[in-house]
Design a protein around this ligand. Structure first.
Ligand code: NAD
Ligand code: WQD
Length: 351
């Protein structure tokens, strides 16, 4: 495939991996990012991996004039993959308006520019958070979308509705991808997640503890109704996730979509407990680290994993990488950051 693809949030964790996959498939990529949660040096690292430099536009999606200028500059954009958003669940509870403003204004501005073009093909980053605790497992796309647990989750629900309603009444075609728990890093060790401050998510917390940046991992809850009492999640390697974006985009560009707005779960279809995740990390890295149980974390669902049948059948996509590979790549990335791959500020302790 060829043509120009705009990737919002393309220097971020999932976006950067997707840019590499798009380049591998022959697309010309243009990143829009305001670097609010990423680093400009990611553009160099993408270039090192692929041998191709993506175009980079430093802009805030909330600035409609800036976004319009980018559409005018590049013209003839075949498709847009929209990653740019704030994503910290706890922060969204503290700062709801900031989350609604960034995630919804950014989406609306982007869609306005897309609707002014002859082609309006969008792949959107949604989340399994829209399901809350599902009544049935594995969870299919038909499951009820429950009241969101956080303003962040609500921005994903509202975004899906904005996209669905708009696509239904315009020339826009869209696919929303509901990610389960993306983890791991690029096999080159050059791209990965860049959590700022103390990580909220399990795997960055594990790798930072194993490398000595944190004293101890706290495992939130051991009294859940699961085999070992800890929560179960469907962890998926970020490169598998990135590959799914390329096939979703291709589906839109080739007009193979069956509805104006399609929704797919992206996971492996397997659930692992927190203790299983810890064991997989220890096996993959050969490093044993400190952890202890504490009480439950408010808002955590007990167990969730995906039914991925729809993505397997319609996208012809299936996650390939197992939990240990997810952990070994995450560990390599942590070691590379510690060695200063992004400069020295990323390996200072900030407990
Ligand atoms: P990330 O923070 O690494 O990447 C998001 C990027 O968007 C960052 O580079 C940030 O600088 C940029 N950005 C944010 N607001 C912007 C704005 N107004 N204008 C321009 N750029 C802006 O996050 P990620 O983990 O790569 O997540 C990508 C998307 O996937 C997000 O929409 C997130 O909500 C969604 N998602 C993530 C996860 C996860 O666990 N990582 C799970 C489900 C869904
Ligand atoms: C995984 C498991 C924790 C940290 C979040 C968002 C969700 C989606 C994916 C964006 C849980 C446990 C964690 C720690 C722990 N993101 N844990 N100690 O909460 O499943 O999902 O990321 O859309 O919306 O909520 O991911 O990595 O935070 O937690 O025991 O220090 O690890 O309780 O069981 P979560 P997570």
């Amino acid at each position: 495939m060829s043509g120009k693809v705009l990737v919002t949030g393309g220097t971020g964790y999932i976006g950067s991996h997707t840019v590499v996959e798009l380049q591998k498939s022959g697309f010309e990529t243009i990143i829009i990012d305001n670097l609010s949660n990423s680093d400009i040096r990611v553009v160099d690292l993408i270039t090192r991996i692929s041998g191709k430099r993506p175009a980079f536009e430093m802009a805030d999606l909330c600035d409609i004039e800036a976004v319009k200028r980018i559409f005018d500059t590049y013209g003839d954009i075949e498709g847009v993959i929209h990653f740019a958003a704030f994503k910290a669940v706890g922060e969204s509870v503290e700062q709801p308006f900031r989350y609604y403003q960034n995630n919804l204004t950014g989406l609306i501005n982007l869609m306005q520019c897309m609707l002014e073009q002859s082609k309006a093909n969008m792949v959107f980053s949604s989340s399994c958070t829209v399901y809350g605790q599902p009544d049935q497992l594995p969870v299919t796309e038909k499951a009820t979308v429950k009241k969101a647990e956080s303003p962040y989750g609500n921005t994903k629900q509202i975004s899906e509705e904005i996209i669905g309603d708009t696509a239904g009444k315009s020339h826009m075609r869209a696919i929303s991808l509901r990610y389960f728990n993306p983890i791991g890093a690029h096999e080159s060790g050059l791209l990965g997640e860049l959590p700022t401050g103390v990580p909220d998510n399990l795997v960055p917390y594990i790798t930072q503890t194993a490398i000595g940046k944190r004293a101890k991992l706290t495992v939130f809850g051991n009294d859940y109704n699961t085999p070992d009492g800890t929560c179960i999640r469907d962890y998926i390697h970020v490169s598998d996730l990135a590959a799914a974006h390329v096939v979703a985009l291709q589906r839109l560009l080739e007009g193979e979509n069956e509805k104006k707005h399609e929704i797919f779960n992206l996971g492996t279809g397997k659930g692992y407990s927190v203790l299983e995740a810890i064991r997989a990390f220890e096996k993959a890295s050969g490093v044993v680290f400190n952890w202890e149980f504490s009480g439950r974390r408010p808002g955590d669902v007990e167990k969730v994993w995906a039914d991925t049948t729809l993505a397997n059948l319609k996208l012809g996509w299936k996650a390939q990488k197992g939990l240990e590979e997810m952990m070994s790549t995450a560990w390599q990335w942590e070691k590379n950051m510690d060695a200063g791959i992004l400069g020295n500020e990323n390996n200072k302790p900030d407990m």
